[in-house]
Design a protein around this ligand. Structure first.
Ligand code: FNR
Length: 192
């Protein structure tokens, strides 16, 4: 039996990011549900802003290539996306833009097509980043990712976590874990 492999990351590079905390909770849910989960920090994959001239001259930036390989080697994703001006963060969009670019010898959208993703967000605001998730879901759907229906947006994020990074509200914690559990369970059916 193939064990599902899930890559988990936040669309924020901030060291004290609420979304990074959320990703870890969802990752623990996915692990409990039997998946192998790799949690990464996009700060370790910093890449320039997408530029068609740069791409033509030098190809994919080395960190985009590294991340693409990592994504290809996983069956699915857990993504916690901050909401910037009612939409996806620049970091996350730029990451998707570079890694979605075609490479000779690879199928189109090699790291996205046929993958499964679970989404979540956290924000100090009242909507928890929910408006941004609408856009993230749409972007991923358009590049061939099956996004699971259950998603969570944590509002008042500056008050929501305890000192260990867990959500103070046990029900919320369980809802975030369920994002990971759902992706792990669906992948278990798809990859076995
Ligand atoms: C924000 N933030 C924000 N929050 C929100 O709920 N809706 C929004 O539209 C925006 N817009 C926005 C734009 C920009 C440029 C920044 C920098 C921030 C606040 C944002 O949710 C907050 O900074 C979070 O803490 C970001 O996520 P991390 O870094 O904590 O994961």
């Amino acid at each position: 039996m193939v064990k599902p492999k899930i890559l988990a990351f936040a669309g924020s590079t901030r060291s004290d990011s609420f979304n990074k905390k959320l990703v870890k909770i969802a990752a623990s849910g996915a692990k409990d549900a039997g998946a192998d989960v790799t949690v990464i920090d996009l700060r370790d994959f910093t890449m320039p802003l997408y530029d068609g001239d740069l791409e033509q001259k030098e190809g994919l930036p080395s960190n985009a290539r590294k991340l693409k390989d990592l994504m290809i080697s996983h069956h699915g994703f857990l993504i916690s996306s901050p909401e910037y001006n009612s939409s996806i963060s620049g970091v996350l969009k730029n990451t998707i833009d570079w890694t979605s670019r075609p490479t000779e010898g690879e199928p189109p959208l090699a790291c996205f097509q046929g993958k499964v993703a679970g989404l979540m967000s956290a924000s100090p605001g009242a909507l928890g980043g929910l408006r941004g998730l609408v856009h993230v879901r749409s972007i991923l759907g358009n590049i061939g990712v099956l996004v699971t229906p259950h998603q969570v947006a944590i509002s008042k994020a500056h008050e929501a976590f305890d000192a260990d990074g867990a959500l103070k509200d046990k029900k919320q914690e369980d809802q975030v874990k369920k994002v990971g559990i759902d992706v792990a369970h669906l992948l278990a059916k798809l990859v076995s």
